[in-house]
Ligand binder design. Structure first.
Ligand code: SAM
Length: 213
């Protein structure tokens, strides 16, 4: 269900088509034209208020980033941040992850980021978790062979579940950190949730799961 408690958000998206492309389904197979280059495309699912994708875009100017966010009220904060920056390699889409195969063609995406995805802890809500096998099916369709899903969370239950889900799907777990902020990773870009939870003393879990061809 889309939250619409900021009704002006959608007008703001429409006013900024260079950052929030209209009719994303029509860009399917042609996202490199949107970015005017042939750089790889990395997709963040559940991009929230945009801190991660903007930080990553600054750190990786040779990568094109697309942020998918279901909630217009949340995504408008990402757009506001983006408008303050002079960044050309980020686009935002107010779309549902369930629809990614209508937005991207096969092999069009080189990496997927899932950051602090909603945990949906009840068993009966398993299918809503963004690491459930039906979502992995969708990512696999749009991603290049051997590409990776990078996943971070503070939620131990969701992390354990996701490791099982990736592994049951036949994915290779290349990096697994049970305490990211005390690990060797030097170029970590923090998300809003990551800052909030780590400030409260929560451990951050991270893994990189690679599809096999
Ligand atoms: N990634 C951000 C962070 O780490 O600060 C936000 C985390 S927040 C817990 C999860 C976000 O995922 C929410 O903004 C929610 O609207 C979005 N989301 C949940 N399900 C989604 C879906 N199916 N497609 C796109 N976005 C989704």
């Amino acid at each position: 269900m889309r939250q619409r408690n900021k009704p002006w958000a959608e007008d703001m998206f429409a006013d900024n088509p260079e950052l929030v492309p209209t009719n994303p389904n029509e860009r399917k197979g042609n996202w490199n034209d949107v970015f005017h280059n042939n750089n790889p495309i990395h997709l963040e699912v559940g991009t929230g208020k945009g801190q991660f994708i903007i930080g990553m875009a600054k750190q990786n100017p040779d990568v094109n980033f697309v942020g998918l966010e279901l909630s217009s009220s949340v995504m408008v904060s990402a757009l506001e941040k983006l408008l303050e920056e002079n960044i050309t390699n980020v686009r935002l889409l107010n779309e549902n992850a369930q629809d990614i195969t209508t937005i991207f063609a096969e092999n069009e995406v080189s990496r997927v980021y899932l950051n602090f995805s909603d945990p949906w802890p009840k068993n009966r809500h398993e299918k809503r978790r963004l690491t459930f096998r039906t979502f992995l099916d969708l990512y696999r369709v749009v991603m290049k062979p051997n590409s990776e899903v990078h996943f971070k969370t503070d939620n131990q239950g969701l992390f354990e579940y996701s490791l099982h889900s990736f592994s049951a799907y036949g994915m290779i777990l290349n990096e697994v950190s049970l305490d990211l902020h005390r690990s060797e990773m030097e170029d970590n870009v923090m998300t809003e949730y990551e800052e909030k939870f780590s400030a409260k003393g929560s451990r951050i879990y991270r893994c990189e799961a690679q599809f096999r061809t």
